[in-house]
Design a protein around this ligand. Structure first.
Ligand code: NI
Length: 185
């Protein structure tokens, strides 16, 4: 398990590097990421959130029928359907372990197609919709240095700024440890 860095940490705000070798250190990283996501608990976690600038994220979100969908996406591409134009509402509220304790509504595409490599380097595709598609968009953004709060529309962008100032976030140095610090996202 690793501490989760909070908004302001450099790794969160830069474009992460592609994975080039599928070696033991990658397997160790993935194991750490699953452990950290489970302890948080969260439905997704990207490597930059534990301070590692690599294009890797993990996810764990069952289907509506309860079938487990848990995996790792390495060097992913993401194709998305057009985002509907409407007012965001409570059903669109998203959260992030790197902006803990807050949720804000954000419009996302309803459908996404993930193309990525697994932990062995094998290519796979995954069709996603609904909340699962949202998770994919959220985690994919992390690999490009984008946190969902960067995408918020007024007045939610200002609300997030306020929280950031109040907590002293927005600069490097803040993190929290799942299972130790009493925070949730
Ligand atoms: Ni996040």
């Amino acid at each position: 398990m690793r501490p989760i860095v909070i908004y302001g940490d450099d790794a969160l705000h830069e474009v992460a590097h592609p994975v080039t070798t599928f070696d033991q250190s990658l397997q160790d990283l993935i194991e750490d990421m699953f452990e950290t996501m489970d302890a948080a608990p969260g439905v997704g976690l990207a490597a930059p959130q534990i301070g590692v600038s690599l294009r890797v994220f993990v996810y764990d979100y069952p289907t509506d029928e309860g079938t487990p969908r848990r995996g790792v996406a390495i060097n992913p591409e993401l194709l998305i359907s057009p985002i509907e134009v409407r007012e965001p509402d409570a059903a669109d509220e998203e959260g992030c372990l790197s902006f803990p304790g807050e949720r804000y509504p954000l419009l996302r595409a309803d459908r996404a197609l993930l193309r990525a490599r697994d932990e062995r380097g094998a290519a796979f595709e995954l069709e996603c919709d609904g909340w699962f598609a949202r998770i994919m968009q959220h985690e994919f953004d992390h690999l490009n240095g984008i946190i969902y709060v960067d995408r918020l529309e007024a007045p939610f962008d200002r609300a997030a700024d306020k929280v950031m100032r109040r907590n002293g976030w927005g600069k490097p140095g803040s993190s929290w440890m799942p299972g130790v610090d009493d925070l949730d996202a």
